[in-house]
Design a protein around this ligand. Structure first.
Ligand SMILES: [Zn+2]
Length: 364
């Protein structure tokens, strides 16, 4: 079925036809008042799983991965980076090998994200990562994961204050891996050293850090001020107040920010308490995923579409900027091609409409 809408760049009314997931025609049509805006689907560089399936699971299966991909597509996510977090060596090796074995999903899962285990062990910066598996950087261990992943680990989140971190950043850069600073209690000097060593991004800036910190010499100002760092933000309304998202966008400019949902393996699950690898998490009625009895969020219960609508409805971001933050900027950071609305391009599109209840997005 062809799709009618407005081209997100030109505003022109168009009809898009597709076969086998690829755009086969883009034709002009007559003006109509009800047309949604059409754009390439979301790319999210940080998704940990969904529907109870965790990419960290030592029993992750191909069917589990496919279920997460289907859930993500239902929220307009055309492609994403499966994200494996701090955990035991064998579980992560199994996860990366399982993901890399799915040849038919290579375009949907073009790269993988390793978040941890080389992060701060301190309460606060560590977030919900299990303390017993946090450790200093180990290039040999990473290389074995990268082998299991067939070279597709393209993003690593680490804390640069750990022993050996600067040399490890150099090791990753030689392998064409993007290094992102996160879950850290680094000093401003340590952050500057990390950038000199090759770090180019900040993972969910404003989260994964201490709840209280020095007013000036802290991890947020230093990363905000450094134009060499592209910042990830989680604009779901739970992880950051709107004022912080606005300040990050103004300080970095839109071109140096990307939005992520940081979907937890419990995203899409009904409210309740869940045990995931011995730890208990709670999905609240509002869709927050929390560590019960603590102030710590364990990722998000929402997908990228939720943050996209928040950017438009609550944070005063323009449609063009919201699309850049959710479909384009993380691809640029990772050196991935940026899809367009043209023949031969992926047909996984989103349709965006302004309704009396606010902006709404759906898969096209
Ligand atoms: Zn995190």
């Amino acid at each position: 079925m062809p799709i009618d809408g407005r081209h997100h760049e030109t505003g022109e009314p168009i009809r898009v036809a597709a076969t086998g997931g690829v755009i086969t025609a883009v034709e002009p049509i007559g003006e109509r008042p009800d047309l949604p805006t059409l754009a390439p689907g979301f790319f999210d560089p940080q998704i940990n799983g969904a529907l109870g399936v965790s990419f960290n699971s030592p029993t992750l299966t191909a069917d589990g991965v496919r279920a997460v991909v289907a859930a993500c597509r239902g929220h307009g996510i055309a492609a994403f980076a499966p994200t494996l977090v701090t955990g035991p060596f064998d579980a992560l090796r199994h996860g990366f090998a399982t993901l890399a074995s799915l040849d038919d999903l290579a375009a949907t899962l073009p790269v993988f994200h390793l978040e941890g285990p080389y992060i701060s062990a301190a309460d606060g910066p560590r977030g919900a990562h299990p303390r017993q598996h946090v450790r200093p950087p180990d290039a040999d261990e990473f290389d074995r994961w990268q082998d299991a992943a067939a070279g597709r680990i393209r993003l690593v989140t680490l804390a640069p204050e750990l022993p050996g971190a600067l040399a490890f950043i150099g090791h990753l850069r030689k392998g064409n891996v993007v290094v992102s600073i996160g879950h850290t209690a680094a000093t401003p000097a340590q952050l500057r050293d990390a950038v000199i060593a090759g770090a180019t991004a900040s993972t969910h800036l404003g989260n994964g850090c201490a709840a209280t910190m020095p007013r000036h010499d802290n991890v947020i100002w230093e990363q905000l001020a450094d134009d060499r760092l592209t910042a990830g933000v989680i604009p779901d309304g739970d992880h950051l107040p709107a004022s912080v998202v606005k300040c990050i966008l103004r300080a970095k400019t839109v071109a140096r920010v990307y939005a992520t949902c940081d979907a937890s393996s419990l995203a899409g699950c009904p409210p309740g308490r869940y045990r995931v690898w011995g730890d208990e998490f709670e999905v609240t009625a509002a869709g927050r995923v929390v560590v019960p009895g603590t102030p710590y969020l364990a990722g998000s219960g929402h997908f990228t579409d939720h943050g996209f609508e928040r950017l438009l409805n609550d944070y005063g971001v323009t449609l063009a900027d919201a699309l850049a933050l959710t479909t384009r900027n993380a691809r640029v950071l990772l050196g991935l091609p940026v899809p367009t609305l043209a023949v031969g391009q992926p047909a996984a599109l989103i349709a965006v409409s302004e309704t009396p209840e606010g902006w709404r997005v759906r898969p096209a």
